[in-house]
Design a protein around this ligand. Structure first.
Ligand code: AMP
Length: 144
């Protein structure tokens, strides 16, 4: 079995993040690896384009502040130091892959809902991460 030295766990900061993070922590212990975490904030302008005719910057700042706090709290419970916590703006799948490349991670851990039917056709974050990943990807089954 290959060894992993730097694991990147992607967390959406929902309740399901705990199961994903627990698996990443178990692998950190098993391989005596470094563990980094990432949360990606999707810019409102990306989600809504020009559909909302108002300045979204204040709301965006509030979202960033809240996410920063939640990520720090969550990372602390995993014993992940501040310099291994990453908060990024953009599309989750491409940013997770880009960060994995940047920090030289050799395993990305993401949650997967094992969707099927139309949801599968539309894709999921785990699928997107897998397609552009520079390293192995572990999809941890969460939810139903
Ligand atoms: P989804 O396909 O969006 O339900 O998300 C499945 C998994 O992708 C989550 O459990 C996370 O591991 C990862 N993920 C989704 N959204 C984000 C995000 N905004 N930031 C970091 N990871 C995410």
């Amino acid at each position: 079995m290959s060894e992993y030295s730097h694991i990147l766990v992607a967390v959406d900061l929902t309740d399901e993040s705990r199961a994903v993070a627990n698996r990443a922590c178990a692998l950190r212990t098993a391989y005596a690896a470094e563990l980094s975490c990432v949360h990606v904030i999707e810019p409102l302008s990306l989600a809504y384009g020009g559909d909302i005719p108002m300045d979204l910057s204040t709301i965006q700042d509030q979202i960033q502040d809240t996410a920063k706090l939640h990520l720090a709290e969550f990372a602390e419970t995993l014993d992940i130091a501040a310099d291994h916590q990453h908060l990024i703006f953009g599309r989750p799948e491409s940013e997770i892959d880009a960060l994995a490349h940047q920090i030289d991670a050799d395993l990305i851990v993401v949650g997967s809902h094992g969707r099927h039917g139309l949801a599968l056709l539309l894709g999921s974050t785990a699928n997107g991460v897998l397609h552009g990943a520079p390293c192995d990807v572990l999809a941890v089954r969460v939810g139903n």
